[in-house]
Structures are given as structure tokens and as C-alpha cells.
Design a binder for this molecule. Structure first.
Ligand code: PLP
Length: 232
């Protein structure tokens, strides 16, 4: 479906209802789930329409495109999350223009983000991306290497290590979807038992956000279901 600013309010209302239902079904409040509008490849006007409907947090994957949208929408009080792969030669603009980075999976990237975070800004919120299924095609730290990476990132002065992020294999069966998310939640619990203070699970996309909510997601990252298919 091609989405427009005109039909976005209805799409958003339907998604919010599903979020609330999934939260209720697992004894959570809808307010405990933050909806991130993922606007990659979509025009700033569509994001503005979402902001008009109360969406305040946006996720972007491509740096240049993201910087243009941040500039175009700078009059609005929005929070920007970088959810794409962070290349080491592009850490500075990420550290300067975003409040959150979701896909950190190497200490070197975290060190650069910390040293380049402007001193006047609050610490940069960071999630570590976990490659929960060990897929060769996907980024993310292996679960076995997560504790060491978390300990090192938690010690960096200009970062706030907030939690874990994952992009599990695409599954249509909700039980299998929940299985991956449950593994990531368990990893977070293990880190917290070991002294970390992680309060964020960034997990769930258009095809699996309800399962993610049922397993404790605090940030769901929604693109297609809000904004329609991405233009080529
Ligand atoms: C594109 C993207 C999303 C949104 O995906 P949809 O399936 O369109 O909801 C979420 N997270 C990341 C990291 C993405 O790159």
C-alpha cells in the first residue's frame, strides 16, 4: 500500500490499538512500549504527519538521508535514533546529531562515539545489537561475547548503555518469534544480574512487534506498517 499523510492517522491508530492489546495480554501498560517511527526511504512530509499524530521518536538507518530529515524537522521536539550499521568513518555525525544508537556491536565504534559525543549534550544512549540466531548475513555481537562488550561499553564516559537490540530471523509463527525475543530478554536479565543496569529492549518490527512486546520489548521499530512500502 502506498501511504500518504492523509491515511497515516488511521494506520497509526490501528497500530496503537494492537500495541495496547499485546501489552495488556502480557500484563504490561501500553505506555511501557515506545513506538519508533522508522522513516528510512520515506519523505520528511510523512514523518511530519506522524509527528502531528503524536509520534515523537524516529529511527533512521542511512546517515545522509537522516541528517537531511533532522534538519527539515528541526522545529519539532523529536528524538532521533540511529538504527543502522555505524561505519567507523561516520561516527562523528552520529555522535553529534542523535540521542540514541541501536546497533553498536564493536568496542571500537563505541569508543569513537564516546570520544566524539559533544560535551554539552547528554550522554549518547546506546543499545548493543545481538546476533541472536548467529546469522552470517547479520550484524551484531555473538551472545557469548556480549558480557565482555557490555562491560567495556558501560565504562565509556560519554555513553549511557541502555540495553539490547536485535533483528531475529523472519518468522511467521508467533511462537517462534517469541522464542528469539525471549532469548534476548534472558541475555538482558543475565547482564543485569551481573551488575549492568539495562532498561531497554529494542526489538520488534512490522511483522513481529506483538511477539516482541509479549517478551518485554520497550522500543518497537515500525516502518512499513506505519508508512507503507518503502519507495525503491
Ligand atoms: C527498516 C528497519 C526497521 C523497520 O522495518 P519494518 O519491517 O518496515 O517495520 C526496523 N529496524 C531496523 C534496524 C530497520 O533497518
Amino acid at each position: 500500500m502506498l501511504m500518504s499523510p492523509q491515511n497515516l492517522p488511521a494506520a497509526l491508530a490501528a497500530v496503537r490499538e494492537r500495541v495496547a492489546r499485546a501489552a495488556r495480554s502480557s500484563g504490561r501498560s501500553a505506555q511501557s512500549v515506545t513506538l519508533l517511527g522508522v522513516g528510512k526511504a520515506q519523505p520528511a512530509a510523512l514523518l511530519a504527519a506522524a509527528a502531528d499524530c503524536g509520534v515523537t521518536q524516529f529511527g533512521e538507518s542511512y546517515l545522509q538521508e537522516a541528517l537531511e530529515k533532522i534538519a527539515a524537522l528541526q522545529d519539532r521536539p523529536l528524538t532521533w535514533h540511529f538504527i543502522g550499521r555505524v561505519q567507523s568513518n561516520k561516527t562523528r555525525p552520529v555522535a553529534e546529531h542523535f540521542a540514541w544508537v541501536h546497533a553498536v556491536d564493536r568496542l571500537k565504534i563505541a569508543e569513537r562515539l564516546s570520544s566524539q559525543r559533544p560535551s554539552h549534550a547528554p550522554p549518547l544512549n546506546v543499545c548493543l545489537q545481538v546476533n541472536v540466531a548467529g546469522e552470517a548475513s547479520k550484524a551484531g555481537v555473538a551472545p557469548a561475547e556480549l558480557p565482555a562488550l557490555a562491560a567495556a561499553v558501560a565504562g565509556l564516559p560519554r555513553l549511557a548503555l541502555r540495553g539490547l537490540m536485535c533483528i531475529p530471523p523472519e518468522e511467521t509463527d508467533p511462537v517462534r518469534q517469541r522464542g528469539w525475543f525471549a532469548q534476548v530478554r534472558t541475555l538482558q536479565e543475565q547482564l543485569n544480574a551481573g551488575g549492568c543496569q539495562l532498561d531497554t529492549l529494542s526489538m520488534g518490527m512490522s511483522g513481529d512487534f506483538e511477539a516482541a512486546i509479549q517478551e518485554g520489548a520497550t522500543i518497537i521499530r515500525l516502518g512499513t506498517i506505519l508508512f507503507g512500502a518503502r519507495p525503491a
